[in-house]
Design a protein around this ligand. Sequence first.
Ligand code: FAD
Length: 392
Amino acid sequence: MRRLDVLVLGAGAAGMMCAIEAGRRGRKVLIADHARAPGEKIRISGGGRCNFTNLHTAPDNFISGNPHFCKSALGRFTQHDFIALIESHGIAYHEKTLGQLFCDGASRQVIDMLTGEMRAAGVDLALATEFESVEPARDGFTIRLSSGTYTASSLVVATGGKSIPKMGATGLGYRIADQFGVPVSDTRPALVPLTFDEALRTRLKPLAGVSADAVVGCNGISFAEALLFTHRGISGPSILQVSSYWREGDEITLSLLPRTDLFEQLRQARTANGRQSVHNALSAHLPKRLAHILCDNAGVEGKIADRTDRDLKRLAQAVQDWRIKPTGSEGYRTAEVTLGGVDTTALHSRTMEAKAVPGLYFIGEVVDVTGWLGGYNFQWAWSSGWAAGQAV
Ligand code: FAD
């Protein structure tokens, strides 16, 4: 039986950050993962360029049963601390939009940075290693892995959520929480495309592949980003964002051309060229296929000269206040993150340690803290991993 100070389960973003910090503090650390490579989600993230943080990260960008919980960790290891680490490794990056920072090159650089830092901190990395069991021991935990049995004063659970099982997500963290009586709030896929029922899918089929800028709202929150119609429903950044707030039975509102006085524009089009069709006039502002569907939704068709102000107002409203009722989501197969998880009331916000189980820590996505799209989820992984790394 090998004796460790810290065993970190899961070599993803949060686990590696925690291992680095604990190693730097002189702890004897092993980080284990059943995958063959560390940081697989980092590798595929941000379309291969890893949106590693967001310049504007603030507690408001996170969803949690306790919105205050994330404040301590986010405040102690900030986006600027992570940016400083990236810069110290000479990794070039850029802001794409809305404060989202991406590598100029491949996301591999972020993984190499983290594994390099782990080596420098004397952390042992065990890949292709299965977790078998954990039991409380006199001064910590006895953990059985496929590579052997270990005792550790601290066990850090950094096994992520349930999203993308094909990439190694197992939900192990929730089972460990259950075993130790740490409560777990309901989980559901988030940052995920939404799907339509058969009737709406058939009706909107011509729109597959069409994208547009929009303000998309649901349950009192809205996001101004692109949306994209798919064969199964609707996607794009604005939809992924509201998917975290949407529940079965809810409508979403799509406001296309949100900053345009569309009624006025349509009136002007009628004066300038009354012989054109209404959908041609609308096509000056939106993709043709979308314009067709929206005219149809509003029941406003034919020559624009024949349409009254009331008709044009109705069309403008159909464009700027389009209500759609998705029936489901694409689920964990494509969800970027898992909403819910280890209940924050059971954890110390400064350290991520379970209040009732000294030495047991939960960090990253397994915790009920879920960020918006745009680099926030990695920042939570870095911040919560760092916080636990100071405490173990
Ligand atoms: P993970 O990164 O999921 O790491 C968990 C680790 O635990 C994995 O290595 C896994 O193999 C291991 N593990 C799981 N079960 C077991 C087990 N039973 N035994 C042993 N090991 C186990 N967020 C952003 O901020 N920016 C982005 O650009 C971004 N892009 C994304 C793109 C995609 C396609 C996806 C799916 C997610 C993206 N995210 C992004 C979200 C981000 O990847 C996660 O929030 C983040 O990886 C969570 O870090 P974590 O360390 O908690 O968990």
